[in-house]
Design a protein around this ligand. Structure first.
Ligand code: KIV
Ligand code: ZN
Length: 512
């Protein structure tokens, strides 16, 4: 059996199904490029038949990515498979990933099909996909709750019809590690041509076992792991790429397996995703959280000072967490910035570099030290923002609050290209700003979440604000960073409104 584990990243498909993790086209392409740099073998770019937006995202990623396979998901029906193929066919190395449920509960209540019908659909879908694409992956949805011998039959049919990869998902996060490992071993032993396909697993985290189940399956012989950056995904999420990879690396003595992952790109990838979806990495998150390498107890600190490995099983450097490199000061030139952008993985046009340079200079005037994270925030703000319906031109705010005065805000904005201004009060300065924006845009969304996070240390750190809004049943997340948290809050709110407006436009297009 091969000693290489293929890493199939589904951040852009299953990960994007995570609440509040929607990304626009540019953001998806940007993340796909980072995944390529991280060294994943396959990027599942989306579900092309789900919407025109999904189709375009998969097609653009297929065109942009050169060093890994690009997969499109499809239900086991011709129309989905054809659409998935149309979206991935321009990739250097395309893959169609088709799936059908195999558990009795799904057959009876969701599909209303018999086992014989599912076997037939599997055969037809995989044969059709194989007639279009050189690499076809077949997934037996809800495999962990399926009858093991029926699963043997389905997998056998899929391999005979041309599937090169067989994926066994724990769709509802129900499996237990030893049991899941036994299932993989059973399939490898009982499926007649199991050596003609790579066995893969796709584990959800409902019981917090996604990584444990993935590792148990790998130990039992699975050679593809389906994972997401930071474990984002449907409900409680998927197996986290960084946790699976670092377990394989740190315990190489135990697993003795290799992957193509460049571990030093792990932290930059998690950080980029966090910036794009506007959700901070929780401090307690294994591998990449702010506390992952922080030693609080005196005994631990003493031990680490004497010999790092007393309490550290891996180094921050091994996951690309360098100690906040100082990058750009007031007097740094454009060349230094360009070099830093290259290092951070941003390949920008000359005009875009000028735009980032001007913004970094403005920031360096307000803030003593500009770190990698600050530069990334500027790039996302200046370059990867969605085209705006609403734009902030000017903001003035007073925070005074006593029995005579209330906090107030005066704003000038562009709404559909037209300049407008307005001022009003609020119970606090942020409330005043948000109220004024609502008046100017004539919108009245519900604020579901508001959070502020310092991007780096220091009292002059940029504040990264995330807001989540809901209006007419549509939700959107907005994110922005600025050295002034009131400005960051206004920009994040406006960013969320722009995303709401974009979603409404897309909804209208889908209806038309
Ligand atoms: O969880 C699941 O079963 C899936 C399949 C489509 C692979 O996401
Ligand atoms: Zn899934």
């Amino acid at each position: 059996m091969s000693d290489k584990v293929f890493i199939f990243d589904t951040t852009l498909r299953d990960g994007e199904q995570s609440p509040g993790a929607t990304m626009n086209l540019q953001e998806k392409v940007r993340l796909a490029r980072q995944l390529e740099k991280l060294g994943v073998d396959i990027i599942e770019a989306g579900f092309p038949a789900a919407s025109q937006g999904d189709f375009e995202a998969v097609q653009n990623i297929a065109r942009a990515v050169k060093n890994c396979q690009v997969a499109g998901l499809a239900r086991a029906v011709q129309r989905d498979i054809q659409t998935a193929w149309d979206a991935v066919k321009e990739a250097e190395d395309p893959r169609i990933h088709t799936f059908i449920a195999t558990s009795d509960i799904h057959l009876e209540y969701k599909l209303r099909k018999t086992r014989e019908q599912v076997l037939e659909m599997t055969k037809e879908a995989v044969s059709f996909a194989s007639s279009l694409c050189p690499t076809v992956e077949f997934s037996a949805e809800d495999a962990s709750r399926s009858d093991w011998d029926f699963l043997v039959q389905v997998v056998d049919v899929a391999i005979k019809a041309g599937a090169k990869v067989i994926n066994i998902p724990d769709t509802v996060g129900y499996a237990q590690p030893q049991e899941f490992g036994r299932l993989i071993k059973y399939l490898l032993e009982k499926v007649p041509d199991s050596d003609k396909a790579i066995f893969s697993v796709h584990c959800h985290n409902d019981l917090g076992l996604a990584v444990a189940n993935t590792l148990a399956a790998i130990e039992a012989g699975a050679r593809q792991a389906e994972v997401t950056i930071s474990g984002i995904g449907e409900r409680a999420g998927n197996a986290a790429l960084e946790e699976v990879i670092m377990a394989l690396c740190v315990r190489k003595d135990y697993y003795n397996l290799d992957t193509n992952i460049v571990t030093e790109q792990i932290f930059p990838s998690c950080r980029l995703l966090s910036m794009i979806i506007g959700q901070p990495i929780p401090p307690y998150k294994p591998i990449v959280g702010a506390n992952a390498f922080a030693h609080e107890s005196g005994i631990h600190q003493d031990g680490v000072l004497k010999h790092r490995q007393t309490y550290e099983i891996m180094t921050p450097e091994s996951i690309g967490k360098t100690s906040s490199d100082l990058v750009i000061g007031k007097h740094s030139g454009r060349h230094a910035l360009k070099q830093k952008l290259d290092e951070l993985g941003y390949t920008l046009e000359e005009e875009q570099i000028n735009q980032v340079f001007a913004a970094v200079k403005r920031l360096a005037d307000k803030k003593k030290q500009v770190y990698d994270e600050d530069v990334e925030a500027v790039v996302l703000e200046e370059i990867f923002r969605i085209p705006d319906k609403y734009e902030l031109i000017y903001l003035y705010c007073t925070a005074i609050s006593d029995d005579k005065a209330s906090p107030s805000a005066a704003l000038k904005m562009k709404v559909d290209g037209e300049e407008k201004q307005e001022a009003t009060f609020g119970v606090g300065p942020i409330d005043a700003v948000f109220n004024t924006i609502c008046r100017l845009t004539e919108r009245n969304p519900k604020l579901l979440r508001y959070s502020v996070n310092a991007i780096t240390g220091g009292t002059d750190a940029q504040g990264e604000v995330t807001v989540r809004l809901e209006e007419n049943g549509v939700t959107a997340v907005g994110r922005a960073a600025d050295a002034d948290i009131i400005v960051a809050s206004a920009k994040a709110y406006i960013n969320a409104l722009n995303r709401l407006a974009k979603k409404e436009r897309e909804k209208r297009v889908n209806v038309e």
